[in-house]
Design a protein around this ligand. Structure first.
Ligand SMILES: *[C@@H]1O[C@H](CO)[C@@H](O)[C@H](O)[C@H]1NC(C)=O
Ligand SMILES: *[C@@H]1O[C@H](CO)[C@@H](O)[C@H](O)[C@H]1NC(C)=O
Ligand SMILES: *[C@@H]1O[C@H](CO)[C@@H](O)[C@H](O)[C@H]1NC(C)=O
Ligand SMILES: *[C@@H]1O[C@H](CO)[C@@H](O)[C@H](O)[C@H]1NC(C)=O
Ligand SMILES: *[C@@H]1O[C@H](CO)[C@@H](O)[C@H](O)[C@H]1NC(C)=O
Ligand SMILES: *[C@@H]1O[C@H](CO)[C@@H](O)[C@H](O)[C@H]1NC(C)=O
Ligand SMILES: *[C@@H]1O[C@H](CO)[C@@H](O)[C@H](O)[C@H]1NC(C)=O
Length: 654
């Protein structure tokens, strides 16, 4: 025993003495070879003279760890490195933490083997001539904290999977040729600059807290803090339930403070977050022991990104109920699903924010194989995995031409995803309200009727066959096929949020009783559908501020106008160019008004609404039949049916 101890002690002293003397060949031999290979293959200025008979740890720009056992950082800024970064060189620095090659003349793509630099925390490649798409290899570097690719010649979209970089606090992409939509990036970001690129679309809400000059110089980017995307819908103010992002103090400070202060803030908030997390976990465990069936909502601080799952710890396992690793990372497809991708594919997909709703954010995800799907990330889900799965089972069974099919779901502690089909023709909201007054083709009456009927059929199917309350009927959830048949989406999700979360739906569509009971019912769906019909008829969005007085909703506005016998004023001016539709418009208005009755019991059931709209169509078909059967006698009595009916008269354009 004593002998072993002595031996160990002697070795320890020996190593310690060697380290003190410093001059030894204690150096990372493999890292040295990698560095030499890099320099030999990259033309550079004379300043970098690495003497291969010295320790690599003493070389210019190289820093080793305390033990001199691996290269910790490599900083070669402005040393005239020219040409592409040779593959299989730097990537062999297997434990590198910091790499700075900024302000050189590097060109070409970042080698794909950079994905081996898994310990890398900071990567500074700004001010070079590097090109290619956003390097997929960087997505693997999940420990990255700062990534600077600014002032290069990069192009193409930023993959949604950038969210795998959960520890990223600084992202600098300015002065490149990146394009496409900006993905929503997890909340941890403190510094962002994407200015002077070709990004387009709207700025995702999670990034709206950054200053305008972080986005400047992208011609087609819009939304807060830049100009609003659509003059009819000014940039929405964040709703109270929504996380407004990190507190503004941090944001303002991070712009001006020194690096030291920023580091202090980062470390401070990381510690605080950790402390909160520990407290939370303790609380959760306690609560769990007491009421094992109830799984509490995940805290905002732990909700990060899809791939945060990759690093699940055993404590998370406790909370998710001990499912195995394999199960947890699986996307569950419904029967009859036509897709074959997995979660990894989904993470790698390029994604565009379609909209941020009260229950989560929807993305259009284009997978590498070319499939396009819609992914909805649900937030604040308040049910257990089992309850979630049960509701999914109900929703997955619903199959109808006028209901957007749900294809798959994913449930883990940090992330709840729903995958459904992408409807390329967009939503009724976009069609009805998008770019009005700019010479667009208005939505004609025939198509509005078609949408009304098909959407009603979709909702009625949910009610009758699915026994499911839609719970969130609004024009942005009515999606269109190319033939203008409508499909309802975003249905049946209310049970996932429990009663603790109020049904925080768009106010204009909410039935009066829902405000108090906080419960959606078949009848409250009928009310919302009535508002939707009014929206089709008036062309006014129910949540639009242009209804005159503050606090007047669309049904009340329509009632007041109709009461004053200005019925014609109610209808959308865009419908005024179609002839012979007044009678139908009034009929549909009557159906809509029945639906928005204040008293739930006075509202018709959804299947009755379908029948009433069908009857309108029927009388129309009857008319058509009568006209055609009249045809033979047409010549004799000289009566000609108006041929231009329901087509816009070319002459009368505004
Ligand atoms: C490299 O280092 C060795 C030992 O320190 C020294 O003798 C030699 O002159 C150096 N070579 C060059 C080219 O500087
Ligand atoms: C130094 O290396 C020894 C063995 O190689 C290891 O036990 C020790 O933890 C290392 N120390 C540091 C600070 O890396
Ligand atoms: C990168 O890592 C993979 C797997 O660990 C290995 O097979 C490959 O050879 C490595 N590449 C380089 C350039 O080191
Ligand atoms: C992010 O940082 C935290 C704290 O610094 C660390 O514990 C965690 O492992 C990091 N995450 C990844 C994916 O490296
Ligand atoms: C940037 O890349 C484009 C092609 O992607 C190329 O045509 C252009 O010459 C490059 N510009 C510079 C300065 O390297
Ligand atoms: C953004 O640009 C791409 C082409 O680079 C285009 O396909 C896409 O529709 C644009 N998106 C928006 C919202 O303008
Ligand atoms: C972003 O970069 C641009 C161009 O380099 C610069 O003018 C702007 O001040 C930067 N904005 C922020 C917030 O760093």
């Amino acid at each position: 025993m004593a002998v072993v101890f002595d031996y160990g002690f002697v070795v320890f002293c020996f190593v310690w003495l060697l380290r003190l003397s410093g001059r030894v060949n204690s150096e990372p031999a493999e890292d040295k070879q990698a560095l030499l290979a890099f320099l030999n293959q990259t033309p550079h200025a004379n300043r970098v003279q690495w003497n291969s008979s010295q320790s690599a740890c003493d070389w210019f720009g190289v820093e080793c760890d305390g033990n001199r056992s691996f290269v910790y950082s490599l900083r070669l800024p402005g040393v005239g490195l020219v040409g592409p970064i040779p593959p299989n060189t730097l990537s062999r620095l297997s434990r590198l933490r910091v790499l700075s090659l900024r302000a050189n003349g590097l060109t070409g793509e970042i080698p794909s083997d950079f994905s081996n630099l898994t310990f890398l925390r900071s990567l500074y490649l700004q001010n070079n001539g590097l090109s290619g798409g956003f390097p997929p290899s960087l997505i693997q570097l999940t420990r990255l904290v700062r990534l600077d690719l600014s002032t290069n010649n990069f192009s193409g979209p930023i993959p949604f999977s950038i969210n795998s970089l959960t520890n990223l606090t600084g992202l600098f992409l300015e002065n490149n040729a990146f394009s496409g939509p900006l993905p929503s990036i997890a909340d941890g970001l403190l510094d962002l600059n994407v200015s002077n690129n070709d990004f387009n679309g709207s700025i995702p809400r999670s990034l709206q807290r950054f200053p305008a000059d972080a986005f400047a110089g992208n011609k087609n980017l819009c939304g807060k803090p830049l100009a609003s995307c659509n003059p009819f819908f000014p940039s929405p103010a964040p709703s109270p339930s929504e996380n407004p992002g990190p507190n503004p103090v941090v944001k303002k400070k991070s712009k001006k403070l020194s690096t030291a202060a920023i580091v202090a803030i980062v470390v401070g908030s990381a510690l605080l977050a950790l402390l909160l997390l520990v407290l939370l976990l303790l609380c959760l465990r306690k609560r769990r022991r007491r009421q094992p069936s109830k799984v509490p909502k995940p805290a905002a601080t732990t909700t990060r990104s899809l791939s945060a799952e990759a690093g699940t710890s055993s404590s998370k396992e406790d909370i998710t109920g001990g499912s195995t690793e394999a199960e947890r990372n699986k996307l569950v497809f419904f029967e009859g699903a036509v897709y074959t991708f997995d979660l990894e594919d989904l993470l790698r997909a390029s994604a565009e924010v379609l909209g941020k709703g009260s229950v989560g954010t929807s993305y259009k995800a284009v997978l590498e194989e070319g499939t396009t799907v819609v992914v909805k990330r649900l937030k604040d889900v308040a049910v257990t995995k089992r309850e979630f799965e049960m509701q999914m089972e109900v929703l997955g069974k619903i199959k109808h031409d006028n209901v957007v099919p749900l294809r798959a779901f994913y449930f883990s502690k940090d992330e709840k995803l729903l995958v459904s089909d992408f409807m390329p023709a967009g939503s009724l909201s976009a069609l009805l309200h998008g770019s009005r007054g700019s010479g667009r083709t208005p939505l004609d009456w025939e198509n509005r009727m078609r949408i009304a009927l098909s959407a009603a059929r979709g909702v009625a199917h949910l009610h009758v066959s699915g026994k499911v309350v839609h719970g969130n009927i609004k024009s942005s959830n009515i999606l269109l096929r190319h033939d203008h048949d409508a499909c309802v989406s975003d249905y049946g999700l209310n049970p996932l949020f429990g009663t603790s979360t109020p049904p925080n739906r768009v106010a204009g569509y909410r039935a009066p009783e829902v405000v108090e009971t906080r419960k959606v019912t078949f009848k409250s769906d009928v009310y919302s559908f009535g508002v939707l019909l009014l929206e089709l008829l008036t062309g006014k969005a129910p949540n639009q501020a242009s209804l005159g007085e503050e606090g007047i909703d669309l049904p009340r506005w329509v009632q007041s106008v109709v009461r004053e016998e200005w019925t014609a004023e109610v209808f959308d001016v865009e419908l005024m160019r179609y002839h012979n539709i007044e009678e139908e418009m009034v009929q549909l208005l009557q159906i809509a008004m029945a639906c928005v009755s204040m008293v739930p019991d006075q509202r018709p059931a959804m299947q009755e609404v379908v029948r009433m709209i069908e009857d309108m169509n029927k009388s129309e078909t009857d008319d058509a039949l009568r006209q055609s059967s009249d045809d033979p006698s047409k010549g004799s009595d000289g009566h000609t049916p108006p041929t231009e009916s329901r087509t816009p008269p070319g002459a009368i354009t505004p």
